[in-house]
Design a binder for this molecule. Structure first.
Ligand SMILES: Nc1nc2c(ncn2[C@@H]2O[C@H](COP(=O)(O)OP(=O)(O)OP(=O)(O)O)[C@@H](O)[C@H]2O)c(=O)[nH]1
Ligand SMILES: [Mg+2]
Length: 413
């Protein structure tokens, strides 16, 4: 048990949100710390020496000693000097939220790509803070271990870090190329992709798994009640009756006030959203911080080139909302669902299909039995409303993309 204090400095420039410290607590718990108390400090601006004022530093020193606190986590990003000074004053390890997030990410990183992304972000973040960290690890010999990817002081040298970063960068570039290839391949085969995006823990991966119902279990993705369960986009081919196959893409969740270093690393994994036909914005409708979640998601999407892609809001976890019936949402279009009780899932599926075929046209075709390949062609791209066998062939009532119209004219009824 690592007894920890959480501190936030609120200034007119960076005002605090009631949510900030609560989420910080959640992050701390998940990393394995034991938050004992939170402190919200107001000031006109951070002081160069400590971030917070000298008086507060002294007051906290007494509390830290009296309660045998072992670590302090700052919501605000700390400079090298601030971190060093605070540690000297308090005699405990001091880290900031970015380091905490990075630690959590490194605990969760499973795949190669995710591991590399976390490693490079950690190293980039450490580089300007190097002198403080070397000093601390010299003094504490290991400390509690949140100060970086676990290198010894010897390895924590600038040249090594810089070399590591450039090596990682090359490896990430290589993986990105493979992803881009796969995407191109899909686009060429014109399989539409639907991206699932949203705040962390909203239920994105659970949604993807719902659409995989009936598929072999190894196709399912990891979903769990924790922040940053998913660290790498996962795409799955989905087969539904009456429509062509589509690809559903699960993505990394966002958090509010995402550290810049992280945004830069993870935005790279979100590029596939830019080539999707539809974006599902999944929200935890039961969260008291729904507005913050929504704002964060919009801000993240603003950094991608997705302005012209249609979006559908998916209000999940409706089972937990008391006002589920009258609850109105101010962005359109939206669907209310609960992946837990299965409420609204058929409506969601219909909404998705209607979106995908929004520009398609209702037609009826009679395909003679001798033209099997044409029937196959239609089923590869159309939404089949009705299919009847007649003496002359198969009668199909469909919604068909405009691009197919001319080649099928001959079979129109
Ligand atoms: N009560 C309730 N819980 C849900 C619902 N949908 C998902 N959950 C739970 O919410 C938790 C998070 O689900 P995930 O699918 O992992 O969420 P995510 O959006 O992929 O999260 P990250 O990958 O961490 O960004 C899991 O414990 C789910 O079981 C729902 O409709 N109601
Ligand atoms: Mg997930």
């Amino acid at each position: 048990m690592i007894k920890t204090y959480l501190i936030q400095l609120s200034t007119p420039q960076t005002p605090s949100d009631p949510y900030d410290l609560e989420e910080l607590k959640e992050l701390a718990l998940q990393v394995g710390l034991t938050p004992k108390d939170t402190f919200l400090q107001h000031g006109s601006k951070p002081t160069a020496a400590f971030g917070i004022g000298k008086g507060k530093v002294a007051e906290l020193k007494r509390l830290i000693d009296a309660n045998a606190i072992q670590m302090v986590v700052f919501f605000n990003e700390l400079s090298n000097t601030q971190m060093r000074n605070l540690e000297a004053e308090w005699g405990v390890e001091v880290i900031d939220r970015t380091m905490l997030v990075l630690e959590l990410l490194s605990q969760h990183a499973q795949s190669n790509l995710a591991k590399k992304l976390v490693a490079i972000t950690q190293k980039r973040y450490l580089l300007p803070r190097l002198s403080a960290i070397t000093q601390i690890s010299d003094r504490q010999q290991g400390g509690i271990g949140l100060k970086g990817p676990g290198e010894t002081a010897l390895e924590l040298n600038r040249r090594v870090l810089e070399k590591d970063i450039s090596k990682l960068q090359k490896a990430i570039q290589k993986e990105k190329k493979v992803r881009a290839q796969n995407r191109k391949h899909r686009l060429k085969k014109s399989i539409p992709t639907i991206s699932i995006v949203g705040y962390t823990n909203a239920g994105k991966s659970t949604l993807l798994n719902h659409f995989l119902d009936g598929a072999s279990p190894e196709k399912h993705v990891f979903a769990n009640d924790q922040l940053f369960a998913t660290l790498e986009p996962k795409s799955r081919r989905i087969e539904r009756p009456h429509i062509p196959p589509m690809v559903l893409s699960d993505t990394v969740g966002f958090i509010s006030k995402m550290p810049d270093h992280l945004t830069q690393s993870f935005i790279a994994t979100l590029e596939e959203i830019e080539t999707s036909e539809l974006i599902l914005i999944v929200l935890d409708a039961s969260s008291p911080f729904l507005d913050t979640h929504l704002e964060t998601t919009h801000a993240m999407l603003d950094q991608l080139n997705v302005k012209d892609i249609p979006k559908l809001y998916v209000l999940n976890k409706m089972d937990r909302r008391k006002d589920a019936e009258d609850f109105l949402f101010y962005h359109h279009p939206y669907v209310k669902i609960s992946l837990k009780t299965q409420m609204g899932l058929d409506a969601l599926e219909t909404a998705i299909i209607e979106h995908l075929f929004a520009s398609s046209i209702d037609k009826t075709y009679l395909i003679p039995f001798s033209a099997d390949h044409v029937q196959y062609q239609i089923k590869e791209s159309a939404w089949i409303h009705q299919e009847t066998q007649t003496d002359e062939g198969t009668l199909l009532h469909v919604k068909i993309p405009p691009s197919m119209l001319s080649s099928l004219k001959h079979y129109e009824v």
